[in-house]
Ligand binder design. Structure first.
Ligand SMILES: Nc1ncnc2c1ncn2[C@@H]1O[C@H](COP(=O)(O)OP(=O)(O)OP(=O)(O)O)[C@@H](O)[C@H]1O
Ligand SMILES: [Mg+2]
Length: 296
């Protein structure tokens, strides 16, 4: 039994199962798409099969990974409307273990088209369910609104990663996002966790950045990611070349910081899963003595 569990531990390290992370913040321009692209690319570079789903009609994650606009391509819109399966919507990228489900500007219509639909908040969750065992990580890039698209992403997700800028107004609107997460937990997705808050476009030298970081740590505690993302021009240039930063300039501070963020998240997940297996292991270890007691 011990050997079986030990094998399970090793297997878990290799096969963290389909965790879905929604990158969300209703505030615009805080680095959601930059985080979604570069986190997903960094997972894939760590040899973890990863899928990035563009849930934003602006389609920045799609064009940022080099997908040219094509009105006929299968997109997140078709998934939500039930017109295509997840499998049919998968597109490959230039990174070997990274796949993409692209968006299209007609996704903006889905908000209205689904208003009367049954189980409209569960559309994405149900569409990606068959893909969960193919990918170890599924990253969802959300639009800057608490609309039906973000709601679908939060209902489909296991956790939400919140990119935030260290600026005076950063905490404004966060309570609205937290209320939404809480409401979704109660009504639609009890398992939804906060993956973390990641500080983006950070200039650590400023007093303001330090004050806001301290405020965030008071509010979110250990949920504030240890890794922060600096303001780095390479991160802003990479999407115009249709590339993740680790392809465009792997040695840039921006690429390196997202690789560190991916490691932090992967490390946390494996520690959680391993501790679950370890407690199973110690439960199992106690069993033979119980059985011996009974036979005595
Ligand atoms: N760390 C960074 N350093 C420099 N520029 C950055 C960084 N992160 C993001 N940017 C730039 O800031 C702008 C906004 O970033 P991004 O598109 O990722 O935000 P967003 O939250 O997805 O925006 P939206 O709310 O419109 O979807 C983009 O031009 C992006 O290239
Ligand atoms: Mg975006």
């Amino acid at each position: 039994m011990r050997i079986e569990l030990f094998c399970k531990q090793l297997w878990l390290l290799d096969n963290l199962m389909g965790r879905v992370i929604a990158v969300a913040n209703q505030k615009g321009g805080v680095g959601k798409t930059t985080t979604a692209i570069n986190l997903a690319a960094s997972f894939a570079a760590a040899e973890v099969n990863t899928l990035l789903i563009d849930c934003d009609p602006q389609s920045n994650a799609s064009s940022g990974l080099g997908l040219v606009k094509d009105p006929d391509r299968v997109s997140t819109y078709h998934l939500l409307l039930g017109e295509a399966s997840g499998e049919e919507a998968l597109a490959t990228t230039e990174i070997e273990q990274l796949w993409l489900i692209p968006s299209h500007k007609n996704l903006i219509g889905a908000n209205i088209e689904l208003v009367e639909a049954e189980r409209r908040e569960y559309r994405l969750r149900e569409a990606i369910a068959p893909l969960r065992d193919r990918f170890q990580y599924i990253v969802l890039d959300c639009p800057p609104a608490l609309d039906l698209l973000t709601l679908n992403a939060l209902v489909a997700a296991d956790s939400v990663l919140i990119p935030m800028q260290a600026e005076y107004f950063a905490l404004e609107g966060i309570s609205e996002l937290m209320d939404t997460v809480e409401r979704i937990r109660v009504e639609l997705n009890p398992g939804l966790e906060i993956e973390g808050v990641v500080l983006t476009m950070l200039d650590e030298r400023t007093n303001l950045a330090q004050q806001v970081t301290a405020e965030l740590r008071k509010f979110f505690g250990a949920k504030v990611c240890a890794t922060t993302i600096p303001r780095n021009i390479r991160l802003a240039e990479a999407p115009s070349h249709g590339q993740a930063a680790l392809v465009y300039d792997p040695r840039s501070k921006g690429a390196e910081s997202y690789i560190r963020l991916a490691k932090e998240i992967l490390g946390r997940a494996s520690v959680e899963q391993l501790s679950a297996v370890s407690s199973q292991l110690s439960d199992e270890a106690e069993k033979p003595s119980e059985e011996m007691d009974k036979s005595a």
